[in-house]
Design a binder for this molecule. Structure first.
Ligand SMILES: [Zn+2]
Ligand SMILES: [Zn+2]
Length: 259
C-alpha cells in the first residue's frame, strides 16, 4: 500500500505502472475506489480492498480519466462488485465507444516508456452499461467530503479529487510524482513532481492551467496516477515550481501548447 504522508483514510495500490486509490476509513464502512489500474489486476485490487475494508464493495468507482492504465481492471472488478462508475461528462465519449484517444506520441518526453508508447492501447472502451457522469455540482458520489475538480489537458474530461479539510488531492495524471517517460525512473519510483505523462497528453495549454489550478489549492498531501504519494514541503515546493515553470519543464519540445 502507498500511504506515506497521506491521511489514514486514503491509500494507493500500484498496479505495475499505475496507481489505484482507496478512500474510506479502514476497518469497515463506506469506501470508494478511484481508477482501476492496468489490466489483470482485479484480483490484487479486490484483495487489497478486502484486507482494508472487509467484504463490503465500494460505494462507487470514480475514474480520473479513461486511459488504458486507469481502466484496465475495471471489467474484472465489476464482475465482483455491481457498483456505478463515474467520470466527467467530457470523458464519457471515450468510455462509451464513441471516441478514441489520440495515438501516443513516441517523440515527446524522451525515454524508453515514450518510445514504446505506440504499443499502449489508445482505443476508448465501452462501458456505457455502467458509466455515469459525475454530478455537475462538484460533489463526488460516495465521498461527501470530497469535490471533483476539472483538470483537462492530459485528457478532455480529466478530473482530480480534493478534500478541503486536510487539503488532500488525488491528482490522476494532471501531474505525477515520477518521470513516467523514463523506464529507469519508473522502475526506481524516484519521487519528483512532474508534468503529465507526455506521450499521452494532447493539450498542453489546458494541462498547464490544470497544474496551476491544483497548485492554487495548496495541497498538503497528494497521490497521483503514477509514482509515490507526496506531502508537506516536498509537495508544496515541487508543485509550485512545476506551476511556475510548466511551459519550460513539462511541455515537450514540439508539444502543441494549443494557443
Ligand atoms: Zn493518462
Ligand atoms: Zn496514467
Amino acid at each position: 500500500m502507498l500511504e506515506n504522508g497521506l491521511p489514514r483514510d486514503v491509500a494507493g495500490l500500484r498496479t505495475l505502472i499505475a496507481n489505484v486509490v482507496f478512500i474510506g476509513e479502514p476497518g469497515g464502512g463506506a469506501w470508494t475506489l478511484i481508477d482501476a489500474g492496468v489490466m489483470s489486476f482485479a484480483d490484487d485490487i479486490a484483495e487489497a480492498a478486502k484486507e482494508r475494508f472487509g467484504d463490503s464493495p465500494p460505494k462507487a468507482i470514480v475514474l480520473t480519466h479513461g486511459h488504458f492504465d486507469h481502466v484496465g481492471s475495471l471489467r474484472g472488478l465489476l464482475q465482483r462488485w455491481s457498483v456505478p462508475v463515474y467520470a466527467h461528462q467530457l470523458e464519457l465519449p471515450y468510455l462509451t465507444g464513441a471516441k478514441d484517444y489520440p495515438e501516443a506520441d513516441p517523440d515527446v518526453g524522451g525515454g524508453l516508456m515514450s518510445r514504446i508508447s505506440p504499443l499502449y492501447p489508445h482505443k476508448g472502451i465501452d462501458i456505457s452499461d455502467v458509466v455515469r457522469p459525475l454530478p455537475e455540482d462538484g460533489s463526488v458520489p460516495g465521498l461527501p467530503e470530497w469535490r471533483w475538480v476539472h483538470t483537462p489537458g492530459h485528457t478532455e474530461g480529466h478530473v482530480s479529487l480534493y478534500r478541503e479539510r486536510d487539503r488532500t488531492i488525488v491528482a490522476g495524471d494532471a501531474f505525477i510524482t515520477v518521470k513516467q517517460e523514463s523506464a529507469f525512473a519508473v522502475l526506481m519510483q524516484e519521487e519528483e513532481i512532474h508534468g503529465p505523462p507526455a506521450y499521452f497528453t494532447f493539450d498542453w495549454g489546458h494541462a498547464a492551467d490544470s497544474v496551476r489550478k491544483l497548485a492554487a489549492l495548496k495541497p498538503a498531501a497528494a497521490i497521483t496516477g503514477h509514482g509515490k504519494p507526496m506531502a508537506g514541503e516536498a509537495l508544496a515546493s515541487g508543485l509550485a515550481e512545476l506551476a511556475r515553470t510548466f511551459e519550460a519543464r513539462a511541455v515537450p519540445h514540439g508539444g502543441d501548447v494549443g494557443r
